[in-house]
Ligand binder design. Structure first.
Ligand code: UD1
Ligand code: CA
Length: 457
Protein backbone atom coordinates (compact mmCIF):
# COMPACT_ATOMS: atom_id res chain seq x y z
CA UNK A 1 0.00 0.00 0.00
CA UNK A 2 0.96 3.56 -0.58
CA UNK A 3 1.61 5.86 2.34
CA UNK A 4 -0.48 8.62 0.78
CA UNK A 5 -3.85 9.22 2.28
CA UNK A 6 -6.81 8.03 0.33
CA UNK A 7 -10.03 9.86 -0.51
CA UNK A 8 -12.86 7.88 -2.10
CA UNK A 9 -15.64 9.31 -4.27
CA UNK A 10 -18.56 7.02 -5.07
CA UNK A 11 -20.91 8.14 -7.86
CA UNK A 12 -24.49 7.21 -7.08
CA UNK A 13 -26.64 9.90 -8.64
CA UNK A 14 -27.98 7.80 -11.52
CA UNK A 15 -31.75 7.52 -11.95
CA UNK A 16 -31.73 3.85 -12.75
CA UNK A 17 -34.67 4.27 -15.11
CA UNK A 18 -34.25 0.78 -16.54
CA UNK A 19 -34.87 -0.80 -13.13
CA UNK A 20 -38.50 0.43 -13.41
CA UNK A 21 -38.58 0.84 -9.64
CA UNK A 22 -39.59 3.36 -7.00
CA UNK A 23 -36.52 2.26 -5.01
CA UNK A 24 -33.34 4.16 -5.94
CA UNK A 25 -31.14 1.83 -7.99
CA UNK A 26 -28.20 1.81 -5.56
CA UNK A 27 -30.51 0.57 -2.77
CA UNK A 28 -31.59 -2.57 -4.60
CA UNK A 29 -30.27 -5.52 -2.59
CA UNK A 30 -27.65 -7.99 -3.74
CA UNK A 31 -27.00 -10.80 -1.28
CA UNK A 32 -29.44 -9.00 1.05
CA UNK A 33 -27.37 -5.79 1.11
CA UNK A 34 -27.85 -2.58 -0.92
CA UNK A 35 -25.59 -2.27 -3.98
CA UNK A 36 -24.08 0.93 -2.58
CA UNK A 37 -23.25 -0.78 0.74
CA UNK A 38 -21.22 -3.40 -1.15
CA UNK A 39 -19.12 -0.65 -2.72
CA UNK A 40 -18.66 1.15 0.62
CA UNK A 41 -17.61 -2.11 2.28
CA UNK A 42 -15.08 -2.81 -0.48
CA UNK A 43 -13.31 0.46 0.43
CA UNK A 44 -13.17 -0.26 4.17
CA UNK A 45 -9.97 -2.31 4.16
CA UNK A 46 -8.28 0.58 2.29
CA UNK A 47 -9.01 2.82 5.27
CA UNK A 48 -9.94 5.97 3.33
CA UNK A 49 -9.43 9.26 5.17
CA UNK A 50 -12.55 10.54 3.41
CA UNK A 51 -15.48 8.84 1.76
CA UNK A 52 -17.78 11.01 -0.35
CA UNK A 53 -20.96 9.72 -1.98
CA UNK A 54 -22.50 11.75 -4.81
CA UNK A 55 -26.24 11.26 -4.72
CA UNK A 56 -29.18 12.59 -6.67
CA UNK A 57 -32.31 10.59 -7.32
CA UNK A 58 -33.96 9.41 -4.07
CA UNK A 59 -31.24 11.11 -2.07
CA UNK A 60 -32.85 11.21 1.35
CA UNK A 61 -33.84 7.55 1.16
CA UNK A 62 -30.29 6.62 0.16
CA UNK A 63 -28.83 8.60 3.09
CA UNK A 64 -31.30 7.16 5.59
CA UNK A 65 -30.75 3.58 4.48
CA UNK A 66 -26.97 3.69 4.35
CA UNK A 67 -26.87 5.77 7.57
CA UNK A 68 -23.09 5.92 7.99
CA UNK A 69 -21.72 8.93 9.89
CA UNK A 70 -18.36 8.69 8.11
CA UNK A 71 -19.85 9.45 4.69
CA UNK A 72 -19.68 12.95 3.24
CA UNK A 73 -22.91 13.25 1.26
CA UNK A 74 -22.69 15.39 -1.85
CA UNK A 75 -25.77 16.28 -3.85
CA UNK A 76 -25.72 16.45 -7.64
CA UNK A 77 -29.00 18.14 -8.51
CA UNK A 78 -28.64 17.85 -12.29
CA UNK A 79 -26.93 14.94 -13.93
CA UNK A 80 -24.55 16.55 -16.33
CA UNK A 81 -22.11 13.64 -16.65
CA UNK A 82 -19.56 11.65 -14.68
CA UNK A 83 -17.01 14.51 -14.74
CA UNK A 84 -19.60 16.93 -13.38
CA UNK A 85 -20.54 14.38 -10.69
CA UNK A 86 -16.95 13.98 -9.46
CA UNK A 87 -16.52 17.75 -9.56
CA UNK A 88 -19.38 18.18 -7.06
CA UNK A 89 -17.31 16.27 -4.49
CA UNK A 90 -14.08 18.19 -5.13
CA UNK A 91 -14.64 20.77 -2.33
CA UNK A 92 -14.56 17.86 0.13
CA UNK A 93 -11.36 16.36 -1.26
CA UNK A 94 -7.81 16.76 0.08
CA UNK A 95 -5.42 18.00 -2.61
CA UNK A 96 -2.58 15.88 -1.23
CA UNK A 97 -4.63 12.69 -1.31
CA UNK A 98 -5.01 9.94 -3.86
CA UNK A 99 -8.60 10.07 -5.03
CA UNK A 100 -10.29 6.79 -5.94
CA UNK A 101 -13.46 7.10 -8.05
CA UNK A 102 -16.00 4.28 -7.76
CA UNK A 103 -19.59 3.64 -8.86
CA UNK A 104 -22.48 2.86 -6.55
CA UNK A 105 -24.00 0.49 -9.08
CA UNK A 106 -20.85 -1.62 -9.60
CA UNK A 107 -21.21 -3.74 -6.46
CA UNK A 108 -18.79 -6.63 -6.74
CA UNK A 109 -15.58 -4.64 -7.01
CA UNK A 110 -12.89 -6.38 -5.00
CA UNK A 111 -10.85 -4.55 -2.36
CA UNK A 112 -7.65 -6.27 -3.56
CA UNK A 113 -8.22 -4.91 -7.08
CA UNK A 114 -8.72 -1.44 -5.61
CA UNK A 115 -5.60 -1.46 -3.45
CA UNK A 116 -3.58 -2.60 -6.48
CA UNK A 117 -5.02 0.30 -8.51
CA UNK A 118 -4.27 2.85 -5.79
CA UNK A 119 -0.75 1.47 -5.45
CA UNK A 120 -0.16 1.79 -9.21
CA UNK A 121 -1.39 5.38 -9.17
CA UNK A 122 0.86 6.48 -6.32
CA UNK A 123 1.13 10.24 -6.16
CA UNK A 124 2.57 10.74 -9.63
CA UNK A 125 0.55 8.52 -11.96
CA UNK A 126 -3.04 7.99 -12.96
CA UNK A 127 -4.30 4.50 -12.23
CA UNK A 128 -7.01 3.26 -14.59
CA UNK A 129 -8.92 0.00 -14.23
CA UNK A 130 -9.58 -1.46 -17.67
CA UNK A 131 -10.99 -4.74 -18.91
CA UNK A 132 -10.96 -6.62 -22.21
CA UNK A 133 -14.53 -7.42 -23.12
CA UNK A 134 -15.80 -9.80 -25.83
CA UNK A 135 -18.62 -7.36 -26.39
CA UNK A 136 -17.54 -3.84 -25.40
CA UNK A 137 -20.67 -2.17 -26.79
CA UNK A 138 -21.61 0.86 -24.70
CA UNK A 139 -18.25 1.16 -22.96
CA UNK A 140 -15.62 3.83 -23.39
CA UNK A 141 -12.62 2.44 -25.32
CA UNK A 142 -8.98 2.73 -24.29
CA UNK A 143 -6.88 4.19 -27.14
CA UNK A 144 -3.15 3.42 -26.96
CA UNK A 145 -0.19 4.64 -29.05
CA UNK A 146 2.30 2.48 -31.00
CA UNK A 147 4.27 1.85 -27.79
CA UNK A 148 1.17 0.68 -25.97
CA UNK A 149 0.85 3.83 -23.87
CA UNK A 150 -2.67 5.02 -23.10
CA UNK A 151 -3.53 8.18 -25.09
CA UNK A 152 -7.19 8.82 -24.35
CA UNK A 153 -10.61 7.27 -23.72
CA UNK A 154 -13.29 7.61 -26.36
CA UNK A 155 -16.95 7.02 -25.52
CA UNK A 156 -18.94 4.57 -27.66
CA UNK A 157 -21.16 7.37 -28.97
CA UNK A 158 -18.22 9.53 -30.01
CA UNK A 159 -15.99 6.78 -31.41
CA UNK A 160 -15.06 6.23 -35.09
CA UNK A 161 -15.12 2.77 -36.69
CA UNK A 162 -11.44 2.08 -35.86
CA UNK A 163 -11.93 3.02 -32.22
CA UNK A 164 -15.02 0.86 -31.97
CA UNK A 165 -12.85 -2.19 -32.79
CA UNK A 166 -10.89 -1.74 -29.55
CA UNK A 167 -11.91 -4.37 -26.99
CA UNK A 168 -10.06 -2.81 -24.04
CA UNK A 169 -12.80 -0.98 -22.19
CA UNK A 170 -13.04 1.62 -19.46
CA UNK A 171 -14.50 0.36 -16.19
CA UNK A 172 -14.82 3.98 -15.05
CA UNK A 173 -12.81 3.22 -11.91
CA UNK A 174 -9.66 5.29 -11.54
CA UNK A 175 -7.24 6.72 -8.98
CA UNK A 176 -5.25 9.94 -9.17
CA UNK A 177 -3.81 12.76 -7.07
CA UNK A 178 -6.45 15.14 -5.72
CA UNK A 179 -4.85 18.41 -6.85
CA UNK A 180 -4.38 17.15 -10.39
CA UNK A 181 -7.92 15.81 -10.55
CA UNK A 182 -9.27 19.16 -9.41
CA UNK A 183 -7.28 21.01 -12.04
CA UNK A 184 -8.35 18.72 -14.90
CA UNK A 185 -12.02 18.70 -13.91
CA UNK A 186 -12.07 22.49 -14.04
CA UNK A 187 -11.04 22.28 -17.70
CA UNK A 188 -13.70 19.78 -18.83
CA UNK A 189 -15.97 20.73 -21.73
CA UNK A 190 -19.25 19.16 -22.76
CA UNK A 191 -18.82 19.45 -26.52
CA UNK A 192 -19.52 15.79 -27.23
CA UNK A 193 -22.40 13.78 -28.64
CA UNK A 194 -24.17 13.54 -25.26
CA UNK A 195 -23.53 17.13 -24.14
CA UNK A 196 -22.08 15.76 -20.88
CA UNK A 197 -18.98 16.50 -18.85
CA UNK A 198 -17.06 13.25 -19.25
CA UNK A 199 -14.74 12.17 -16.47
CA UNK A 200 -12.99 10.11 -19.13
CA UNK A 201 -11.66 13.28 -20.81
CA UNK A 202 -9.15 13.72 -17.97
CA UNK A 203 -7.12 10.84 -19.42
CA UNK A 204 -6.00 12.88 -22.44
CA UNK A 205 -5.29 15.84 -20.11
CA UNK A 206 -3.09 13.64 -17.94
CA UNK A 207 -1.19 12.46 -21.00
CA UNK A 208 -0.57 16.04 -22.19
CA UNK A 209 0.60 16.94 -18.64
CA UNK A 210 3.09 14.03 -18.86
CA UNK A 211 1.31 12.04 -16.15
CA UNK A 212 1.67 8.32 -16.89
CA UNK A 213 -1.54 6.35 -17.14
CA UNK A 214 -1.02 2.95 -15.51
CA UNK A 215 -3.66 0.37 -16.22
CA UNK A 216 -4.62 -2.51 -13.96
CA UNK A 217 -7.28 -5.17 -14.45
CA UNK A 218 -9.90 -6.87 -12.33
CA UNK A 219 -9.49 -10.54 -11.45
CA UNK A 220 -12.88 -11.36 -12.96
CA UNK A 221 -15.21 -9.48 -15.30
CA UNK A 222 -18.14 -9.50 -12.82
CA UNK A 223 -16.12 -7.26 -10.50
CA UNK A 224 -16.60 -4.32 -12.86
CA UNK A 225 -20.08 -5.01 -14.22
CA UNK A 226 -22.69 -2.39 -13.45
CA UNK A 227 -26.35 -2.90 -12.61
CA UNK A 228 -28.71 -1.08 -14.97
CA UNK A 229 -31.55 -3.58 -15.17
CA UNK A 230 -33.11 -6.30 -13.02
CA UNK A 231 -31.67 -8.85 -15.40
CA UNK A 232 -28.12 -7.59 -14.76
CA UNK A 233 -28.88 -7.55 -11.03
CA UNK A 234 -29.95 -11.20 -11.18
CA UNK A 235 -26.77 -12.11 -13.07
CA UNK A 236 -24.55 -10.51 -10.43
CA UNK A 237 -26.64 -12.01 -7.61
CA UNK A 238 -26.00 -15.52 -8.96
CA UNK A 239 -22.30 -14.75 -9.40
CA UNK A 240 -22.09 -13.45 -5.83
CA UNK A 241 -23.95 -16.47 -4.45
CA UNK A 242 -21.62 -18.82 -6.31
CA UNK A 243 -18.66 -17.02 -4.68
CA UNK A 244 -20.27 -17.37 -1.24
CA UNK A 245 -20.83 -21.08 -1.85
CA UNK A 246 -17.20 -21.53 -2.95
CA UNK A 247 -16.00 -19.77 0.22
CA UNK A 248 -18.07 -22.07 2.43
CA UNK A 249 -16.94 -25.19 0.58
CA UNK A 250 -13.32 -24.06 0.98
CA UNK A 251 -13.94 -24.01 4.74
CA UNK A 252 -15.16 -27.60 4.83
CA UNK A 253 -18.88 -27.30 4.15
CA UNK A 254 -20.62 -29.76 1.82
CA UNK A 255 -23.11 -27.94 -0.37
CA UNK A 256 -25.31 -30.38 -2.24
CA UNK A 257 -25.90 -27.90 -5.09
CA UNK A 258 -23.84 -24.67 -5.01
CA UNK A 259 -26.35 -23.24 -7.49
CA UNK A 260 -29.18 -23.57 -5.01
CA UNK A 261 -28.08 -21.80 -1.85
CA UNK A 262 -28.46 -18.15 -0.83
CA UNK A 263 -26.34 -16.29 1.67
CA UNK A 264 -27.69 -12.87 2.60
CA UNK A 265 -25.40 -11.86 5.40
CA UNK A 266 -22.38 -13.14 7.29
CA UNK A 267 -22.13 -16.84 7.94
CA UNK A 268 -19.49 -18.41 10.18
CA UNK A 269 -19.05 -22.15 9.86
CA UNK A 270 -17.31 -25.08 11.48
CA UNK A 271 -16.41 -28.25 9.58
CA UNK A 272 -18.34 -31.16 8.14
CA UNK A 273 -21.54 -29.22 7.76
CA UNK A 274 -23.94 -30.30 5.04
CA UNK A 275 -26.33 -27.83 3.44
CA UNK A 276 -29.02 -29.35 1.26
CA UNK A 277 -30.74 -27.50 -1.59
CA UNK A 278 -32.51 -24.16 -1.19
CA UNK A 279 -31.08 -23.25 2.18
CA UNK A 280 -31.30 -19.48 2.77
CA UNK A 281 -29.05 -17.96 5.44
CA UNK A 282 -29.71 -14.33 6.37
CA UNK A 283 -28.05 -11.84 8.69
CA UNK A 284 -25.51 -13.24 11.16
CA UNK A 285 -25.71 -17.02 11.26
CA UNK A 286 -23.17 -19.26 12.93
CA UNK A 287 -23.14 -22.99 12.31
CA UNK A 288 -20.85 -25.28 14.29
CA UNK A 289 -19.27 -28.63 13.35
CA UNK A 290 -21.27 -31.60 12.08
CA UNK A 291 -24.52 -29.77 11.47
CA UNK A 292 -26.90 -31.05 8.81
CA UNK A 293 -29.41 -28.58 7.34
CA UNK A 294 -32.09 -30.09 5.15
CA UNK A 295 -33.76 -28.73 2.04
CA UNK A 296 -35.75 -25.47 2.02
CA UNK A 297 -34.75 -24.07 5.41
CA UNK A 298 -34.57 -20.32 6.07
CA UNK A 299 -32.30 -19.34 8.96
CA UNK A 300 -31.78 -15.73 10.06
CA UNK A 301 -29.58 -14.27 12.83
CA UNK A 302 -29.24 -17.56 14.69
CA UNK A 303 -26.70 -19.81 16.36
CA UNK A 304 -26.71 -23.48 15.42
CA UNK A 305 -24.48 -25.53 17.72
CA UNK A 306 -22.50 -28.66 16.94
CA UNK A 307 -24.16 -31.87 15.83
CA UNK A 308 -27.58 -30.33 15.20
CA UNK A 309 -29.85 -31.82 12.54
CA UNK A 310 -32.37 -29.51 10.94
CA UNK A 311 -34.76 -31.44 8.74
CA UNK A 312 -36.40 -29.85 5.67
CA UNK A 313 -38.81 -26.88 5.69
CA UNK A 314 -37.81 -25.12 8.90
CA UNK A 315 -37.83 -21.36 9.54
CA UNK A 316 -35.47 -20.24 12.30
CA UNK A 317 -35.09 -16.58 13.31
CA UNK A 318 -33.07 -15.03 16.17
CA UNK A 319 -32.84 -18.39 17.90
CA UNK A 320 -30.22 -20.67 19.43
CA UNK A 321 -30.32 -24.37 18.66
CA UNK A 322 -28.17 -26.19 21.23
CA UNK A 323 -25.91 -29.17 20.59
CA UNK A 324 -27.26 -32.36 19.06
CA UNK A 325 -30.83 -31.07 18.80
CA UNK A 326 -33.07 -32.43 16.05
CA UNK A 327 -35.43 -29.90 14.50
CA UNK A 328 -38.20 -30.35 11.96
CA UNK A 329 -39.48 -31.07 9.45
CA UNK A 330 -41.73 -27.99 9.47
CA UNK A 331 -40.58 -26.37 12.71
CA UNK A 332 -40.72 -22.64 13.29
CA UNK A 333 -38.34 -21.13 15.83
CA UNK A 334 -39.12 -17.46 16.37
CA UNK A 335 -37.07 -14.74 18.10
CA UNK A 336 -35.93 -15.70 21.57
CA UNK A 337 -36.29 -19.46 21.09
CA UNK A 338 -33.37 -20.78 23.14
CA UNK A 339 -32.87 -24.54 22.95
CA UNK A 340 -30.29 -25.83 25.44
CA UNK A 341 -29.39 -28.95 23.46
CA UNK A 342 -30.43 -32.52 22.80
CA UNK A 343 -33.97 -31.35 22.06
CA UNK A 344 -36.39 -32.83 19.58
CA UNK A 345 -38.63 -30.20 18.00
CA UNK A 346 -41.06 -31.72 15.56
CA UNK A 347 -43.50 -30.92 12.83
CA UNK A 348 -45.81 -27.92 13.03
CA UNK A 349 -44.26 -26.73 16.27
CA UNK A 350 -43.81 -23.00 16.90
CA UNK A 351 -41.55 -21.76 19.68
CA UNK A 352 -41.13 -18.09 20.62
CA UNK A 353 -39.27 -16.30 23.42
CA UNK A 354 -38.80 -19.49 25.43
CA UNK A 355 -36.00 -21.43 27.04
CA UNK A 356 -36.21 -25.15 26.39
CA UNK A 357 -34.03 -27.15 28.80
CA UNK A 358 -31.61 -29.94 27.92
CA UNK A 359 -33.19 -32.94 26.27
CA UNK A 360 -36.75 -31.62 26.36
CA UNK A 361 -39.01 -32.70 23.50
CA UNK A 362 -41.79 -30.87 21.70
CA UNK A 363 -42.62 -33.19 18.89
CA UNK A 364 -45.95 -32.36 17.26
CA UNK A 365 -48.44 -29.56 16.55
CA UNK A 366 -47.59 -27.27 19.45
CA UNK A 367 -47.18 -23.60 20.34
CA UNK A 368 -44.73 -22.74 23.11
CA UNK A 369 -44.45 -19.00 23.83
CA UNK A 370 -42.98 -17.05 26.77
CA UNK A 371 -42.08 -20.25 28.57
CA UNK A 372 -39.28 -21.42 30.87
CA UNK A 373 -39.03 -25.16 30.38
CA UNK A 374 -36.74 -27.36 32.45
CA UNK A 375 -34.80 -30.43 31.38
CA UNK A 376 -36.19 -33.76 30.24
CA UNK A 377 -39.71 -32.41 29.67
CA UNK A 378 -42.04 -34.11 27.22
CA UNK A 379 -44.70 -31.95 25.62
CA UNK A 380 -47.57 -33.93 24.13
CA UNK A 381 -49.01 -33.34 20.69
CA UNK A 382 -51.21 -30.27 20.42
CA UNK A 383 -50.11 -28.65 23.67
CA UNK A 384 -50.62 -24.88 23.59
CA UNK A 385 -49.29 -22.24 25.96
CA UNK A 386 -51.99 -19.59 26.00
CA UNK A 387 -49.62 -16.72 26.69
CA UNK A 388 -51.73 -13.76 25.55
CA UNK A 389 -54.86 -12.54 27.32
CA UNK A 390 -55.63 -10.02 24.61
CA UNK A 391 -53.71 -7.25 26.34
CA UNK A 392 -50.60 -8.71 27.98
CA UNK A 393 -48.25 -11.64 27.56
CA UNK A 394 -47.70 -13.99 30.50
CA UNK A 395 -45.12 -16.68 31.24
CA UNK A 396 -45.51 -20.39 31.66
CA UNK A 397 -43.06 -22.31 33.85
CA UNK A 398 -42.61 -26.02 33.28
CA UNK A 399 -40.38 -27.93 35.72
CA UNK A 400 -37.86 -30.66 34.95
CA UNK A 401 -39.24 -34.01 33.78
CA UNK A 402 -42.81 -32.75 33.55
CA UNK A 403 -45.06 -34.24 30.87
CA UNK A 404 -48.15 -32.80 29.21
CA UNK A 405 -50.83 -34.92 27.60
CA UNK A 406 -52.08 -34.27 24.10
CA UNK A 407 -54.25 -31.24 23.46
CA UNK A 408 -53.53 -29.49 26.77
CA UNK A 409 -53.91 -25.75 27.08
CA UNK A 410 -51.66 -24.13 29.67
CA UNK A 411 -53.22 -20.74 30.47
CA UNK A 412 -50.47 -18.36 31.53
CA UNK A 413 -49.37 -17.22 33.98
CA UNK A 414 -49.20 -20.80 35.17
CA UNK A 415 -46.72 -23.27 36.56
CA UNK A 416 -46.26 -26.99 36.01
CA UNK A 417 -44.20 -28.47 38.85
CA UNK A 418 -41.23 -30.79 38.48
CA UNK A 419 -42.19 -34.26 37.41
CA UNK A 420 -45.86 -33.26 37.12
CA UNK A 421 -48.07 -35.06 34.62
CA UNK A 422 -50.87 -33.20 32.85
CA UNK A 423 -53.66 -35.38 31.50
CA UNK A 424 -54.78 -35.21 27.88
CA UNK A 425 -57.16 -32.40 27.04
CA UNK A 426 -56.50 -30.49 30.26
CA UNK A 427 -57.20 -26.78 30.48
CA UNK A 428 -54.68 -25.80 33.11
CA UNK A 429 -55.56 -22.57 34.96
CA UNK A 430 -53.81 -23.18 38.30
CA UNK A 431 -50.46 -24.58 39.30
CA UNK A 432 -50.02 -28.30 38.69
CA UNK A 433 -48.18 -29.66 41.74
CA UNK A 434 -44.84 -31.43 41.36
CA UNK A 435 -44.93 -35.18 40.94
CA UNK A 436 -48.74 -35.42 40.72
CA UNK A 437 -51.19 -36.11 37.88
CA UNK A 438 -53.38 -33.08 37.17
CA UNK A 439 -56.24 -33.13 34.70
CA UNK A 440 -59.53 -31.46 33.97
CA UNK A 441 -62.29 -34.02 33.80
CA UNK A 442 -64.88 -33.83 31.12
CA UNK A 443 -67.31 -36.65 31.60
CA UNK A 444 -67.69 -39.04 28.66
CA UNK A 445 -71.18 -40.18 27.81
CA UNK A 446 -72.73 -42.39 25.20
CA UNK A 447 -76.14 -41.44 23.75
CA UNK A 448 -77.95 -44.66 23.43
CA UNK A 449 -80.06 -45.33 20.36
CA UNK A 450 -78.72 -42.25 18.56
CA UNK A 451 -78.93 -42.47 14.74
CA UNK A 452 -76.84 -40.69 12.12
CA UNK A 453 -78.83 -38.35 9.89
CA UNK A 454 -79.58 -39.74 6.46
CA UNK A 455 -79.90 -37.80 3.19
CA UNK A 456 -83.37 -36.42 2.28
CA UNK A 457 -84.90 -38.27 -0.68
C1 UD1 B 1 -19.22 5.50 -18.12
C2 UD1 B 1 -17.90 5.90 -18.75
C3 UD1 B 1 -17.48 4.84 -19.77
C4 UD1 B 1 -17.38 3.49 -19.09
C5 UD1 B 1 -18.68 3.15 -18.38
C6 UD1 B 1 -18.51 1.91 -17.54
C7 UD1 B 1 -17.91 8.33 -18.81
C8 UD1 B 1 -18.13 9.51 -19.63
N1 UD1 B 1 -18.08 7.17 -19.42
O1 UD1 B 1 -20.18 5.49 -19.16
O2 UD1 B 1 -16.23 5.17 -20.34
O3 UD1 B 1 -17.05 2.50 -20.04
O4 UD1 B 1 -19.08 4.22 -17.48
O5 UD1 B 1 -19.75 1.50 -17.06
O6 UD1 B 1 -17.53 8.43 -17.66
N2 UD1 B 1 -23.36 9.31 -12.67
C9 UD1 B 1 -23.65 10.32 -11.77
N3 UD1 B 1 -23.92 11.56 -12.24
C10 UD1 B 1 -23.95 11.85 -13.55
C11 UD1 B 1 -23.66 10.82 -14.48
C12 UD1 B 1 -23.37 9.56 -14.00
O7 UD1 B 1 -23.64 10.08 -10.56
O8 UD1 B 1 -24.19 13.02 -13.90
C13 UD1 B 1 -23.07 7.97 -12.16
C14 UD1 B 1 -24.14 6.96 -12.52
O9 UD1 B 1 -25.07 6.82 -11.46
C15 UD1 B 1 -23.34 5.69 -12.69
C16 UD1 B 1 -21.97 6.16 -13.13
O10 UD1 B 1 -21.90 7.52 -12.79
O11 UD1 B 1 -23.17 5.00 -11.45
C17 UD1 B 1 -21.75 5.97 -14.60
O12 UD1 B 1 -22.68 6.68 -15.32
P1 UD1 B 1 -23.27 6.16 -16.69
O13 UD1 B 1 -24.16 7.19 -17.27
O14 UD1 B 1 -23.79 4.80 -16.49
O15 UD1 B 1 -21.93 6.08 -17.54
P2 UD1 B 1 -21.78 5.47 -18.95
O16 UD1 B 1 -22.39 6.37 -19.94
O17 UD1 B 1 -22.20 4.07 -18.93
CA1 CA C 1 -24.19 8.26 -19.68
Amino acid sequence: MTTNKLNVIILAAGQGTRMKSSLPKVLHPLGGKPLLAHVIDATKSLNPAKLAVVYGHGGQQVRDTINDAKILWVEQTEQLGTGHAVNQAIPQIDEDSIVLVLYGDVPLINSGTLSDLVYQAGNDHLGLLTVHLDNPTGYGRIARDAHGKVKYIIEQKDANSEELKISESNTGILAVNGAKLKQWLSQLKNNNSQGEYYLTDIIAMAVSDKVDVKTTHPVGEEEVLGVNSRSQLAHLERHYQRQQAEMLMAQGVTIIDPGRIDIRGEVTVGRDITLDVNVVLEGKVSIADNVMIGANCVIRDSVIEAGVTIKPMCVIEEARVGKEAIIGPYSRLRPGADLAGGNHIGNFVEIKNSHIGLGSKVNHLTYIGDTDMGTGVNIGAGTITANYDGANKHRTIIGDNASTGSNSVLIAPVKVGKGATIGAGTILRKEAPAGELTLTVIKQKTVEGWKRPTKNK
